[in-house]
Design a protein around this ligand. Sequence first.
Ligand SMILES: [Zn+2]
Length: 166
Amino acid sequence: MEAIHIPRLIHCPEHTQTIEFKTLLENLKTLTPVQGWIKITHQGNFLEVSAKAETIVTLTCHRCLQQFNHRLAIESSEMIWLDETADQLEELPLDRDLSMDDLVETLPPNGYFDPAAWLYEQLSLEIPQRQLCEQDCKGIEVVDEIKNPGIDSRWAALQTLKGHLN
Ligand SMILES: [Zn+2]
């Protein structure tokens, strides 16, 4: 998916470009290609971006460490402000307090919109913080506890010693 030169959108019908895709995204490890569509509309002083996409990712369960497949789907939209000073935002002085305006996505009006990078961000945000293979995953089975219920492993040495004494 190629980056879109923003001024070019004005020449598209209804100032809109829609891209259908089935592609692998750089930096996002997916089991299946990311499939869906993205629509970018030039609204004068902002871009309106909406998309629907899905893919399958392999995650590692946080409790039992087993790998499992997870369907990742997004249906999102965002407004990206077009601002001449967008390029300079990267160089914000660290000692300055950030205002809300700094947190809104902006692009220079003569710059490029990168649909693949945008989709990557949206999909990454959808990856669950809490990754469980199933809701009631029991975690890693501790074999010792199952064989000797009730005996704390720290007492195992004493248990052996007791056996010797007997
Ligand atoms: Zn699990």
